[in-house]
Design a protein around this ligand. Structure first.
Ligand code: GLU
Length: 506
């Protein structure tokens, strides 16, 4: 890093293409950019790279913005956020790229190519692994072979053309990657990438570089899959004469499948029964429907913590970090080179810990919509007691209403197997008596309740094991669930009696 770079406040961008739901790996990329910008007092930009109209998927841009909002990564500038360098959606910047594409031709680093798709198909058929490059371009229809005058008249006539990057052979292109160190590409092996398509739209390569330049991006932090295109990008910077302000590159490690080899794919969600997207997504077909971390019941804080450690660790044993701590500790130097395993069990355990540590009022606000979606009408006071009772036992927010359904609805079925073992005439009489005794209590907290009930059991010459499991079944229908007296306290006096009486006349 030069001194100049140290003095400039970093400007980074997250530049997704709206081609469908944003994969969780994309959220990690956004997070690392965000952490870096926040730590350095820099700027985090959201740019939408939608120049490939063929791959554009309606709703994807909204999905990206909503996913960033959910995990708490607010862009300083960008689509939906404004800023001095807008528009930030590439399809709104078409004229800009057009101008730069022609400029690059004038500077001698690009050329017009008139070959029709059919003509190129013929080349592909006659030549295995045909590519448009320094070896083949001399035999094809372009401004290098036709000359300026002929090219200009073809363009004036309205003939279709593309603009291609002119890659000169025989150079080693060295990329200083902050994560990988020096990466070298041989220019002779590169093709002459299309920069501007026949419809006047730029390709990813041109638009990406022009925008990084115009938006004064200092650091490009992106997925490893973009590393090969960086060689073309360096040539573009040089072609425009922008090499001195070229951003520093950091290519993030791959995210690997939870088990086995290979990188995590969107299909792994269904395969392993886990979410690999931040939010659920409804696609055109069943295969294109994806479950989200949010809908599975994850807290965004837990997802952020999990993603931050997917390829980065500050060293030491700590693994729970708040966003503020992450911002403080983040450093590109501590990002790993090798693939990071998508350990879903770890994500779950983070979620469990974050839920456990969360205050009840915040949990109530998060669980209320889930309860209401199930048709449960409950007061905040009740919900607050219910979440306090359950929060040590749940992994997902949804568990509060799914695993803990018995707190919200009357018991529909009692655990018959246990009842057959423990229920008899004598017990039934004692149970009815206990119910009437409970009705007379003028207190209803778990501690006093436990004392009183245990005293009653002793008085009757019985053991706690004769009665307590049955109380549990009367309250929630099953042997599972939280401690029996705490459960009763959550229900309160009235509901507890209702449940006991319903149980007696079942
Ligand atoms: N549009 C690319 C993507 O979808 C951007 C890659 C980059 O960050 O340069 O990820």
């Amino acid at each position: 890093m030069t001194n100049d770079n140290l003095m400039i406040k970093p400007r980074v961008r997250f530049a997704p293409s709206p081609t469908g739901a944003l994969h969780i790996g994309g959220v990690r990329t956004a997070l690392y950019n965000y952490l870096f910008a926040r730590q350095q007092g820099g700027t985090f930009i959201l740019r939408i790279e939608d120049t490939d109209q063929g791959r554009y998927v309606p709703g994807a841009e909204e999905y990206i913005i909503e996913a960033l909002r959910w995990v708490g990564l607010r862009p300083d500038e960008g689509v939906g956020f404004g800023g001095p360098d807008g528009p930030y959606r590439q399809s709104d910047r078409k004229e800009i790229y057009l101008k730069y594409a022609h400029e690059l031709v004038q500077r001698g680093h690009a050329y017009y190519a008139f070959d029709t798709p059919e003509e190129l198909d013929v080349c592909r058929q006659s030549q295995e692994h045909f590519t448009y490059n320094h070896l083949t371009r001399n035999g094809l229809l372009n401004s290098l072979t036709l000359g300026d005058a002929e090219s200009s008249s073809r363009i004036a006539e309205g003939k279709h053309f593309v603009i291609r990057l002119k890659v000169e052979p025989g150079r080693s292109i060295r990329i200083k990657d902050l994560i990988r160190g020096d990466v070298v590409f041989e220019s002779s092996e590169l093709d002459d990438k299309v920069l501007l398509k026949t419809d006047g739209m730029p390709t990813y390569h041109l638009a990406n570089i022009v925008d990084d330049h115009l938006m004064r991006i200092t650091h490009v932090i992106r997925g490893e899959e973009w590393l090969p295109s960086t060689a073309h990008h360096v040539l573009l910077y040089e072609g425009f004469g922008w090499q001195d302000t070229m951003p520093l590159f950091s290519h993030l490690p791959l995210i690997m499948k939870p088990v086995g080899n290979g990188k995590l794919s969107k299909r792994d969600g269904a395969k392993f029964g886990i979410p690999v997207f931040p939010l659920s997504w409804k696609g055109e077909t069943v295969e294109e429907n994806f479950d989200g971390f949010r809908e599975t019941g994850f807290l965004p804080e837990a997802v952020v913590n999990f993603l931050a450690l997917l390829g980065w660790h500050p060293g030491g044993d700590q693994d729970l970090f708040s966003m503020d701590e992450l911002i403080q500790l983040f450093s590109i130097e501590h990002i790993g080179k090798s693939g990071a395993r998508f350990d879903y069990e770890k994500a779950k355990s983070f979620n469990q810990k974050y839920i456990h540590a969360m205050d009840n009022a915040t949990l109530v606000a998060l669980v209320r919509p889930l309860a209401e979606a199930k048709g449960y009408q409950v007061s905040d006071a009740f919900l607050s007691k219910a979440v306090a009772l359950m929060k040590e036992r749940v992994t997902f927010l949804t568990d509060f209403v799914e695993m803990g359904y018995y707190l919200f609805e009357p018991v529909r079925e009692y655990d018959e197997v246990t009842l057959q073992k423990r229920w008899n005439g004598e017990i039934a009489t004692v149970f009815a008596e206990l119910t009437e005794k409970l009705a007379t209590f003028d207190f209803f907290n778990s501690v006093e309740l436990e004392e009183a009930v245990k005293a009653f059991i002793q008085e009757k010459g019985l053991k706690p094991g004769d009665i307590l499991p049955l109380l549990r079944i009367a309250f929630v229908g099953t042997m599972k669930g939280p401690a029996v007296f705490e459960t009763a306290e959550v229900f309160g006096h009235e509901e507890t009696l209702l449940r006991l009486r319903a149980f007696l006349i079942r």
